[in-house]
Design a protein. Structure first.
Length: 875
């Protein structure tokens, strides 16, 4: 038994079969310090994601009896002229499934040809490998299906197999290295797959792209051509891609290289080609600009005081009572910004300069910055070991606070920031001059004389307000939106969205902001109308379901997370306990709470509402005061035309790419809105009121409609948008007024409907959706008539009415009299003896029930949205 130090065998030793997964040529064996192979039980499977088997030798092992052999000098060879001619012929053929799929998306076939991507006789895609001198070294053949995905049944293979023996080998190289900049001035992007290299080089032509073939493909032979170049490893979103063992070859050669992870929240192998295929173009330029150019030999600034020492080997030492202790082995911490928000809450933006890795930029709350435990947890997420205690933290602060750093205003919500007149997305900001600002490494933007720190939030909110590089215009989008939902139902919701973008202007003028209320039964598409509008801030908003168990404070916080944007809440119902909160959104009122960690009995914090509120529901609000603050859009039709379905499909394709560009387009006209709002609001209000002379219409209905339409009217008049076909200002005003009049009359008619029937059928709808009334037992259909078993239904109605309104319900006679007013039939035709089935007795109609109702279903479906055909249980 001998004590050895062990390491993996290197080329030209061949890999074996993995004992765990059984894959051939995937198991790398161990060797001792003399280069002799250990027992074949020891080794590591190269299939890191799929298998991951690794058997390490202990200190004492038995190794295979050494066989001394002389390693011959290897001669690297190239394919002969006949093979080169055949390979070159393949490159002229651009007919593989991969070519066809990406050509449909927009990549010209000439690009594939330039990249050395062809097609063989069997339809396989051929990736021709040429070395830095342009000589063909090999060809990789991959079969793809018509959707551009690799056919995993067929094996990936290299056209040229290595010859027998060890004296001659075909040369190996990176795919695409022949296209590298000879002057070494362009940045180089390394990816795993050849397909990603080809696709990425088309969408990001400012970089040189190469592929190494696999997560472990950066061999020492291949990386030599990267010497003297600035290199970025674009890792796939999986464990193997992020912890690529062959990256160490760049470490060992001290290349100027950095790692870029475009999809840090994913673990499914997603790569840049997958992202580009679904229309999402990652901000690669921005990510690369954020990365500090760190080389291991760069000397850091040597900071030191009596108790803290930032040493040149990138370690941090703290002096204790008896000696010096190291609290960080391989990184330094620097304060870059102190930020303060509107509530005087402080946070710190720090740069962590790491030995051999790009810097990390972290925003930390003041409380966490003062806690060694919290700092350890935060730094551990960056794979950094921090060995400090609270005493060490105090000493560290004494040094850091003595160094110069900047201060910035912390922005706490997405959307509009009033003081700087800047609109914040999660990854960019739009200044009042219409300039798109890209945050620096510290998430700071500088519009005019302001220094502002970008808002922080969870992944879902960041995604919702992410601004992509899409170029779809408002008019292109509205054509498909109005096609999907019809011009009649699309017009007012879009006006409401435009009003939301300039809500602060509306509030300053009138002191209130109307609530958009879409009413319709299940399947009418009311939610889709609003969901598409939320996509105009980036990507769609996650549903806020009012039937869930929401607290009042939580709902206010949701409404306060953004400014001059749109907040959508679904499934409003008349039993909702926080209706007063929604009503307060109209008046721009918020929520007051005791501050966190406050010891005072009188301190309060206010959470203000800054965005427009849209609600969707199956019910008309029963509270007249709340309903008067709403702008009603009644959605009835469930059947969609072929044109509507086609428009919906186009809308979904638009939304996959992100539609924040439309909000940017409209926000650039803010100054015009401010200048013209007052005069155009007055004109629109007067014209609307003139349509209702001598009619008792509440002023609030005119005001709600004028507030909703004014911003869109201004943009239509100056030719910035096309909501209607007219270009003459008077014609445009008339069209807006015609539409506004129609909506006002429809809402007023519903408000004037007898409240007895509105409440009765509203409660019947609730009983139906709660499975408290059953078809056949409590009601049934007979052609166009709906039969109601009133003696059984009425007690359930009374009980439910009392629980909602805390008073006795109207009697049967009141309900019957109001029904007789609506029906053009005699009382004997409406109040009848009707057969229903017994609850426990199948489907036969045996019970003959007197004083049952026979009503015309269509009347109550239209007027009160009674829907006994689509059942959805209340949460």
């Amino acid at each position: 038994m001998v004590d050895y130090k062990y390491k993996f065998e290197k080329h030209p030793n061949k890999k074996g079969t993995c004992p765990a997964c059984g894959e051939k040529n995937q198991f790398r064996y161990y060797q001792d310090q003399n280069g002799e192979r250990l027992s074949t039980e020891f080794g590591k499977c190269e299939r890191t994601n799929s298998c991951g088997y690794h058997s390490k030798p202990s200190k004492d092992v038995t190794f295979i009896a050494p066989v001394k052999k002389k390693i011959a000098k290897v001669e690297y060879i190239f394919p002969d002229q006949k093979l080169v001619a055949r390979i070159t012929f393949w490159n002229e053929n651009q007919e593989s499934n991969l070519h066809k799929h990406w050509n449909k998306i927009g990549i010209p076939l000439e690009h594939f040809k330039k990249q050395g991507v062809g097609t063989d006789e069997n339809g396989n895609t051929t990736f021709i490998h040429r070395n830095i001198n342009g000589h063909i070294t090999n060809v990789k053949k991959i079969s793809y299906n018509p959707e551009g995905k690799r056919d995993k049944v067929k094996k990936v293979n290299h056209y040229l197999s290595q010859p027998n023996g060890e004296t001659k080998k075909f040369s190996v190289c990176l795919f695409g290295e022949e296209l590298l900049d000879p002057e070494k001035k362009r940045k180089v992007i390394i990816v795993e797959s050849e397909k990603s290299k080809v696709i990425g080089s088309f969408y990001y032509p400012d970089y040189d792209w190469v592929a190494c073939g696999s997560c472990n493909g950066l061999t020492l032979d291949k990386v030599k051509v990267l010497e003297g170049r600035e290199v970025y490893w674009l890792c796939d979103a999986d464990n193997a891609g992020r912890k690529n063992s062959s990256i160490n070859n760049l470490h060992s050669e001290t290349f100027n290289f950095h790692i870029v992870d475009l999809f840090p929240s994913r673990e499914d192998g997603f790569d840049i080609a997958d992202s580009l295929e679904v229309g999402n173009k990652p901000s690669l330029h921005q990510e690369i600009n954020k990365i500090s150019h760190i080389v291991e030999t760069v000397e850091e600034e040597h900071l030191k005081n009596n108790s803290v020492d930032y040493r040149k080997n990138t370690s941090i030492w703290i002096k204790t009572r008896n000696n010096w202790e190291v609290i960080a082995d391989n990184f330094h911490i620097f304060i870059k910004y102190q930020t303060k928000d509107d509530n005087e809450e402080i946070s710190w933006i720090i740069e962590v300069k790491i030995k051999g890795r790009p810097s990390e930029f972290i925003e930390i709350s003041h409380e966490d910055f003062c806690s060694a435990k919290k700092m350890k947890t935060i730094l551990a997420t960056k794979r950094l070991s921090f060995k400090a205690n609270d005493n060490h933290i105090s000493e560290l602060h004494s040094l850091l606070f003595s160094t110069p750093f900047n201060t910035a205003k912390k922005i706490t919500r997405f959307g509009f920031h009033k003081e700087s007149e800047t609109f914040f997305f999660s990854n960019k900001a739009l200044s009042k001059n219409g300039e798109l600002l890209i945050p620096d490494n510290f998430s700071i933007v500088n519009p005019d004389d302001f220094c502002l720190s970008m808002p922080l939030s969870n992944h879902k909110m960041k995604r919702r307000f992410e601004l992509t590089e899409n170029e779809i215009t408002f008019n292109q989008w509205y054509v498909e939106y109005s096609k999907t939902h019809t011009q009649e139902k699309a017009f007012v919701p879009v006006c409401f969205y435009i009003m939301a973008l300039f809500r602060d202007v509306v509030i300053n003028h009138k002191g209130s902001s109307p609530i958009l209320f879409l009413k319709g039964s299940a399947g009418t598409g009311k939610s889709s109308i609003i969901r598409s509008l939320t996509c105009l801030f980036g990507f769609q908003q996650e549903d806020i379901n009012l039937k869930s168990k929401n607290t009042e404070a939580a709902l206010v916080k949701l409404m306060s997370q953004s400014a001059n944007s749109l907040i959508w809440m679904d499934e409003f119902h008349n039993e909702f306990p926080h209706e007063g909160l929604l009503q307060a959104a109209y008046d721009n009122a918020g929520y007051h709470k005791t501050p966190d960690q406050s010891k005072s009995k009188t301190d309060t914090d206010s959470i203000e509402i800054h965005s427009a509120l849209a609600l969707t529901s199956n019910y008309i609000p029963s509270n007249d005061i709340f309903f008067s603050r709403c702008l009603l859009v009644h959605v009835e039709n469930k059947e969609k035309t072929h044109e509507q379905k086609m428009g919906f499909a186009t809308m979904k394709r638009f939304e996959q790419q992100g539609l924040g560009c439309i909000t940017v387009e409209l926000l650039r006209h803010r100054q015009l809105i401010i200048e013209k709002y007052d005069s155009e609001f007055k004109k629109l209000s007067l014209e609307l009121e003139s349509r209702f002379q001598n009619e008792n219409i509440p002023e609030r209905l005119f005001s709600n409609m004028a507030q909703t339409m004014t911003c869109a009217l201004i943009l239509q008049k100056i030719g910035k948008i096309e909501l209607c076909e007219y270009t003459d200002e008077n014609d445009i005003l008339t069209e807006f007024v015609n539409i506004g009049e129609k909506y006002i009359r429809a809402q007023r008619e519903i408000q004037q409907e007898n409240s007895v029937l509105s409440e009765f059928f509203g409660i019947l709808q609730v009983l139906f959706e709660n499975f408290q009334i059953q078809e056949g037992v409590h009601f049934r259909f007979e052609n166009e008539l709906l039969y109601l078993r009133l003696p059984s239904i009425f007690p359930l109605y009374k009980q439910k009415y009392r629980s909602i309104y805390f008073k006795e319900s109207p009697d049967k006679d009141s309900i019957l009299q109001d029904i007789l007013k609506l029906e053009e039939r005699d009382k004997t035709e409406i109040l009848k003896t009707i057969r229903f089935r017994e609850e426990e007795n199948g489907n036969s109609l045996k019970n003959t029930v007197t004083n049952s109702l026979s009503i015309t279903y269509e009347i109550y479906f239209t007027k009160f949205s009674l829907d006994f055909t689509n059942r959805r249980k209340l949460a």
